[in-house]
Each structure stands twice: as structure tokens, then as C-alpha cells.
Design a protein around this ligand. Structure first.
Ligand code: SAH
Length: 386
């Protein structure tokens, strides 16, 4: 069983091995350099008696060139390099496994410094190359159709761990020079880990690093309202996707439990106030569950709810999984729903599910050991074998 706060133990690995992982945390006194924004790094170097401009060099080595060994940073003097190695460490998520789907999607299983496991996904040509990142180990939101939600929350990721996923994917996919988009749609609820997420976006956006323009980043959220309001004031603002999934308060209370705290009406009011740039729109994600939220009436109600918001709708036919008590509607139903929305003047798309054969699709990110141990999974396999 996955006990709270305990490292996920890989199948075949003993609990002791999980503990050993944590013991591996090297010298926490040495600050993680990959976790620092450039101004922080410059300040730290100055405080150590070094010139500020070395901060920029270091930041470029780590983030732009993917070099994480001080010894390889050849434009820094030997003494400086050994001084840095004594004061800093550079933490990078460790690649455990890479699985490639028949459609080209690649799922990366990564181990963090304390042994926790997360997943990141590369989705090629959608139309851009896209990295799907995790923001937490597990998720606290418990949406009724999402496997990650079944894990519960184990911990927040740090900014270095969020941005570090990009460094690993860029390295593994040989994409240092390539353009890519980022979606925060992996494990976790980004607005439930606000400070680390925003810090990671600043690290990623820095022109001395990977220079990922925030306009190429989409943050997907169930709508943790106080943090959605904060997001509205950020200088670096990603695109916004709202996991709406329902058209009445009652329905959303059931599917997206945080709705009981921050209701549908308040969420949509916050979206109405949200600063959306010219020619941009808020994406409303709508998971489609057979006979639950997929009727013609739901489609018409959805359009009415979005009135006055610069919105587009992205329909997500459910990715079914053992332990998820819902079914995917037929393609005909999805198309009918989409055409009702489109006829009423709202742009709508249907998300093609990528990487389903390797369980890399939306809501399917759950680290292996937990997948085997989730109560839903056990129940499903019991039913299947009984
Ligand atoms: N916590 C964020 C990111 C989650 S994943 C959020 O909720 O927005 C991105 C999207 O996948 C969300 O809209 C989520 O509701 C959806 N999703 C989760 N499980 C799914 C499933 N089984 N099938 C289809 N989409 C799913």
C-alpha cells in the first residue's frame, strides 16, 4: 500500500530501496542551482565574492546548454568551478524509463531526488511539438474520472523539478535548438502549487536559458480561485485552460470536487474578468462522459455559460481506465455535441487522444507502483476475475 508521505516503491524494489533513495539526497546544504532564477543566482555569487556576470554564464550552461557538471563549464576558471561545486549542486530528475507510443508520443518516467516518481510526456506535432509537464507528485483534486486523482497528493514539485523536466526532455529528444510548446497538464494541479509553478515559468522564460515564451505555455486548472485571481496579475502570463467538465453546479460538484468550494458561477465570473489578450482565448476543457454530461442540453447549456467570455472549447472524450466508473461516449455523440457548440458560434475542437497505448493520455499519468496498488484498480481486477 502507498502510505502517505512515503516514497513510491517500484515493483520489485523493497521498501528499504525506497528509503535508500531518500538517503541519496546529497548534501542539502549545497543549494540547488537549477532551482534558482538568474537574479537569485547573481546575488548568491556576489555574496560569495564572485562577479555577478558569472551568474549568467552558469545559467546558460545549465539551462541553455544542458551542462550540469561544473567541470565541463569551460569558460569559468578552475578555482571558481571548484568553489561552485563546494557551494552548489545541480539537481536534475533522473530518467528511469522512456516509452514510445505507436503515434510517436513519448512518456518519460522520472525519479526525483527523494525517490518520488513523476511522468512527463512528449507529444509530437500537435501541430507544434509539445511537452506535457507534471507540477505535483499525485494530485489533491480527486476529479472523478482522473487516474492521477486516485493517487492523492504526495507532494509539490519544486520549481527546479518542474523546469528540470524540460531539461531532461530537451536532452533526451535532442531538442536543444528546437521550438516546443509546454502544457501543464501532467500530474498535479498547477494552481495548487502556485509559487513553484510561476518560478519554473520564469526560469524557462529567461532569455539566457531556454527562452520559452509564456505564450507557448498553457496552464490547465480546475480553478483554484484565489490563485486564478493572482495569475491574472502576473507579468509573465501563460495561456489559460479551464477544466470545466460540467454545466451545472450539481454535476460539477460530483465530477470536480473543488467545485464545492469554488463554484462554477464564481469560476466563470473570474474567467470573465481574466485579462485575455487580443486574438487569444481561454480554452475550456470538457471531458465527455457517456450519459453523464454529453447530452444536447449539456451542449446548449455550455454555450450559454460561456457567453461573454473569449472562449474556445476542447472536448476530451474520456480515456477509459480500470477504476474509473465512467464510459467514453460514441464518436457520433461527441461529434453531435461538438456541432451544437460550433453552430452557436463557439470554436470547438475534439482532443485526439495521444499515447493511449502507453497510458500517456490525459488523466492516465500515474506512477506504476501506485497504479498497481490503487484501490480502484484492485477493485476492477477483482470484478474482472470474479
Ligand atoms: N490539474 C489540471 C491538469 C490536469 S490534466 C487540470 O485539472 O486542469 C489535463 C486535463 O485532462 C484536465 O482537463 C483533466 O480533467 C483531463 N483528464 C483527466 N482525466 C481524464 C481522462 N480519464 N480522460 C480524459 N481527460 C482527462
Amino acid at each position: 500500500m502507498l502510505s502517505r508521505g512515503c516514497a513510491i516503491v517500484q515493483p520489485g524494489r523493497s521498501r528499504k530501496a525506497g528509503l535508500d533513495e531518500r538517503a541519496k539526497i546529497k548534501d542539502p546544504m549545497r543549494h540547488d542551482l537549477a532551482e534558482m532564477e538568474l537574479p537569485e543566482l547573481e546575488q548568491a555569487l556576489e555574496a560569495m565574492g564572485h562577479a555577478r556576470f558569472h551568474g549568467r554564464q552558469l545559467f546558460q550552461w545549465v539551462h541553455k546548454r544542458g551542462v550540469v557538471d561544473f567541470a565541463d563549464m569551460t569558460d569559468l576558471g578552475r578555482d571558481l568551478r571548484s568553489g561552485l561545486a563546494a557551494s552548489f549542486r545541480i539537481v536534475t530528475p533522473e530518467l528511469v524509463r522512456k516509452e514510445t507510443s505507436s503515434d510517436g508520443t513519448v512518456k518519460f518516467l522520472l525519479r526525483l531526488e527523494d525517490g518520488q516518481l513523476i511522468e512527463s510526456v512528449f507529444i509530437p506535432d500537435t501541430p507544434a511539438n509539445t511537452f506535457c509537464l507534471s507540477t505535483q507528485v499525485g494530485c489533491a483534486m480527486k476529479c472523478g474520472f482522473c487516474l492521477t486523482g486516485k493517487m492523492g497528493i504526495i507532494r509539490n514539485l519544486t520549481a527546479g523539478e518542474i523546469a528540470g523536466q524540460v531539461r531532461v526532455l530537451v536532452r533526451e529528444l535532442h531538442m536543444l535548438q528546437a521550438r516546443f510548446n509546454i502544457v501543464l497538464m501532467g500530474m498535479g494541479e498547477p494552481l495548487h502549487n502556485y509559487d513553484a509553478v510561476m518560478k519554473a515559468l520564469r526560469i524557462l522564460a529567461d532569455e539566457h536559458g531556454l527562452a520559452v515564451n509564456p505564450r507557448r505555455v498553457t496552464l490547465s486548472t480546475v480553478g483554484v480561485l484565489p490563485n486564478l485571481e493572482r495569475l491574472a496579475t502576473e507579468p509573465l502570463m501563460p495561456n489559460l485552460a479551464i477544466s470545466l467538465h460540467a454545466t451545472t453546479e450539481e454535476q460539477r460538484d460530483l465530477l470536480v470536487p473543488i467545485n464545492r468550494k469554488y463554484g462554477l458561477k464564481e469560476l466563470l465570473d473570474a474567467c470573465r474578468r481574466f485579462p485575455v489578450k487580443r486574438r487569444e482565448r481561454i480554452t475550456f476543457e470538457y471531458v465527455m462522459l457517456k450519459d453523464v454530461n454529453d447530452s444536447d442540453e449539456d451542449a446548449r447549456r455550455l454555450v450559454r455559460l460561456l457567453h461573454g467570455i473569449k472562449a474556445k472549447v476542447n472536448l476530451l472524450p474520456l480515456n477509459e481506465a480500470a477504476g474509473i466508473p465512467y464510459e467514453r461516449p460514441s464518436d457520433a455523440r461527441v461529434n453531435r455535441f461538438a456541432s451544437i457548440v460550433a453552430e452557436r458560434g463557439v470554436t470547438v475542437s475534439v482532443r485526439k487522444s495521444r499515447g493511449r497505448d502507453i497510458r500517456a493520455a490525459c488523466g492516465q499519468l500515474i506512477t506504476e507502483s501506485t497504479r498497481q496498488q490503487s484501490p480502484g484498480q484492485r477493485l476492477a481486477s477483482l470484478i474482472a476475475t470474479s
